[in-house]
Design a protein around this ligand. Structure first.
Ligand code: ZN
Length: 287
């Protein structure tokens, strides 16, 4: 049964490709460096379908037991981490905040490709912690404030004095408060530079909106690997045009209409009240 469905899917894809369908190719690797919001990535993925190298899967995917790189049978797994820089949703005239989403999956790999990858991996720079702190202006500000707190702490010990200790705690906590988000938002910098093997797979962050199951897009360099991956997840594929997707879109639209109505009624009541209190009521009272 699943074999029949899959050959039907393949048939549809071949037909779409032969007819020159309007799908637009997508480059997830360059999208991952920032500039798109979740909605933007979602839209690009939808426009790219059907794409033989792009697979949309709900929930946690199952990886085929073949090497990600050479596609020989494989039993060793490799935890592959990737980052995706995502823009927050914003108005067209304001600057978007970019935040990293770091995800990893265990893929199968053969011993020789694993060895090849280890050879290509670059060692993390000893300056990495500094780079992380300097990735946002608040990181530098936080360091300066912590340096100021250290001046108080110098006075607080040998012999111990309580006042400078308390005075020092304030800038210290401000410094930590400034640095913490910078540290968390630079997690993507600790990932090693992707090797050639790492680039055999790209994946997006979760792209589901309200009322949809959790799903994301996976893109593979090899079409035959993508076929094996599609087969391994045949019961959990996500289709952006499926009845489930359409039902979720209708529910979201109904909700947004409902909130528009609620906002509309509140605005209407406020207007009616100001009209009454500013104009009608004084007029009736002959003021
Ligand atoms: Zn291999």
């Amino acid at each position: 049964m699943s074999g029949a469905t899959s050959s039907l899917n393949c048939g549809a894809e071949v037909l779409a490709r032969t007819l020159g369908s309007v799908s637009q190719p997508i480059d997830l690797r360059s999208m991952a460096t920032g500039g798109a919001s979740i909605r933007g990535i979602r839209q690009a993925v939808k426009q790219a379908m059907p794409d033989p190298n792009l697979v949309l899967v709900q929930a946690t995917p199952a990886f085929p037991r073949i090497c990600l790189n050479c596609e020989k049978p494989a039993s060793v797994t490799l935890k592959l981490g990737k980052s995706f820089l995502v823009d927050s949703e914003h108005d067209s005239d304001s600057v978007a905040d970019t935040f990293p989403i770091v995800e990893s999956f265990e893929v199968f790999i053969c011993p020789s490709c694993l060895a090849q990858r280890s050879g290509e991996l670059t060692q993390p720079s000893p300056w990495l912690p500094i780079r992380r702190l300097m990735s946002h202006a608040n990181g530098f500000a936080g360091l300066v404030v912590i340096a100021i707190s250290s001046l108080f702490f110098k006075e607080a010990f040998f012999p111990f004095k309580l006042a400078p200790l308390i005075m020092g705690l304030l800038p210290l906590s401000i410094g930590i408060w400034l640095i913490r988000p910078v540290w968390q938002n630079s997690l993507h910098l600790i990932l090693p530079k992707p090797t050639l093997i790492d680039r055999a797979i790209e994946f997006t962050p979760a792209l589901n909106l309200d009322h949809e199951p959790y799903w994301r897009a996976y893109q593979f360099r090899s079409t035959s690997y993508a076929d094996s991956f599609r087969q391994a997840n045949i019961h959990h594929l996500w289709d952006t045009k499926s009845p489930d997707a359409q039902r979720a879109a209708k529910l979201r639209k109904a909700e947004s209409n409902r909130s528009n109505w609620i906002v509309g009624i509140i605005v209407g009541l406020v207007l009616a009240w100001s009209l009454w209190s500013e104009l009608i009521s004084p007029f009736l009272n002959g003021e």
